[in-house]
Design a protein around this ligand. Structure first.
Ligand code: FE2
Length: 428
């Protein structure tokens, strides 16, 4: 079974990545940053984790306010580096541990944390800034990650208590994973800092020291503080410290700090910690009961004929296909699909079997393969095929026969004015 071997806490300031990319290792101003990470690198080499669970927040590089969520878990197979305005840093994409991420996601939802899930999104400095100094690349990253993106930029933000409870649920999620994996949790985020407004430049090193002491010895005290308390003591952007608290919630009560560093070169301290804990493993019987609890809501659904539940596994495996079809809502993509479908297949990198199903509008084959119905509805709209014709095809019936199973023989689709007349003409 999987186990948590310990945790790292680290700031994620852009200065870290900048110092690395600008080769500032020998510069006395920047050297303390690199020095802080040496013991952590050595610890990781000694402990040899199989995966890192990284708690970070995006800085509206990949997650914007058109859809903002509190807890977004990455379930994808690979994450590129985000462009934050000047092009992405020259780092390779990092692999995701998709099976463990799915297990964690299913466990958290079963424990009533209503997660959002993402894939195909680049990660910004919140994740890659510390990763680039912690892990050597040769040329690829040495191990996969499971990223948890926390929405801490737009209030309301989950309370410190909620993050603590999330950490406790995370421990159950990781420890109930049946494979023998060593997982290290990495919490990122700045301690005291404020980067906006007239209070910009605010820091509070004595509070930062006290925060790190409380995180080790009395984390419950931190859960009794409000966001306003944190902002008063640490500045507005220190809201990120709830991510450290989340990590602490996943560790044993007696977790011990074996490394701590603090250096304040500019706006935010480069603070790091290593926690080790000697936790009792989850008993096998408890893990088995937890896994049963995780699947309780969907047990039996597999017995339904002609039903293809859209699970995280299905979603990740068929992300490219579903994205290709979903993107038919984008006028430029739709125009290319209509004028030169082979070119658009090629641009999207679709394999031949998927191209073939789309060319033939083989609705049932697409569903069986892993497309979700609602992208087929878009493909039907673009193709001028009414929805009832798709339903009829699923059932192996003619449109006429299918319409006889309804109360009225109507045709319709989700397409707008581009295809409405064609849809209406079908079946008349
Ligand atoms: Fe940040």
């Amino acid at each position: 079974m999987a186990r948590i071997i310990g945790a790292i806490a680290t700031s994620h300031t852009p200065t870290i990545g900048f110092a690395l990319d600008a080769n500032k290792q020998a510069d006395p101003v920047w050297k303390p940053i690199f020095d802080a990470y040496e013991p952590i690198k050595a610890w990781l080499k000694e402990k040899q984790p199989d995966a890192l669970f990284i708690i970070y927040n995006d800085h509206i590089s990949s997650f914007f306010f058109d859809h903002y969520s509190a807890f977004a878990l990455g379930v994808g197979e690979e994450y590129p580096v985000a462009d934050e305005g000047g092009g992405p840093r020259g780092l390779p994409p990092i692999k995701g541990h998709s099976p463990l991420a799915r297990h964690i996601g299913e466990s958290l939802v079963a424990d009533e944390f209503d997660m959002s899930f993402f894939q195909g999104k680049p990660l910004d400095h919140g994740c890659f800034s510390p990763m680039s100094v912690l892990l050597d690349r040769n040329p690829d990253w040495p191990l996969p990650i499971i990223p948890l993106q926390m929405g801490v930029l737009q209030f309301p933000v989950p309370s410190a208590t909620r993050c603590w409870k999330f950490g406790q649920a995370l421990r159950n999620a990781i420890e109930s994973y049946p494979e023998d994996l060593k997982v290290c949790i990495v919490a990122t985020g700045g301690l005291s800092h404020q980067v906006h407004g007239e209070r910009c430049g605010f820091n509070n090193p004595p509070w930062d020291q006290k925060f790190m002491d409380l995180l080790e010895n009395d984390p419950i005290a931190l859960t009794r503080m409000t966001h306003a308390d944190h902002a008063t003591l640490g500045g507005a952007e220190s809201a990120e410290i709830v991510m450290w608290l989340l990590m602490r919630g996943a560790l044993a009560a007696n977790a011990k700090v074996v490394h701590k560093s603090y250096y304040l070169p500019s706006m935010t301290a480069i603070a790091t910690m290593i926690f080790e804990h000697d936790a009792e493993p989850m008993p096998a019987k408890v893990a088995e009961a937890h896994r049963a609890h995780m699947t309780h809501q969907v047990d039996g659904i597999e017995k339904l004929d002609g039903t293809h539940p859209f699970t995280l596994e299905r979603s990740v495996k068929n992300y490219r296909l579903n994205k290709y079809l979903r993107d038919l809502v984008i006028p430029e993509h739709r125009a290319l699909f209509k004028s030169d479908p082979e070119k658009s297949f090629e641009q999207a990198g679709l394999p031949e079997n998927e191209r073939d199903m789309i060319r033939r509008l083989d609705w049932l084959a697409l569903i069986r393969h892993g497309a979700i119905f609602f992208v087929l509805e878009k493909l039907a709209a673009v193709s001028g095929v009414p929805n009832p014709a798709v339903y009829a095809a699923f059932r192996g019936m003619s449109l006429d026969d299918f319409q006889k199973t309804r109360n009225a023989a109507v045709t319709y689709g989700v397409g707008g004015k581009e295809t409405q007349a064609k849809v209406e003409a079908t079946g008349k």
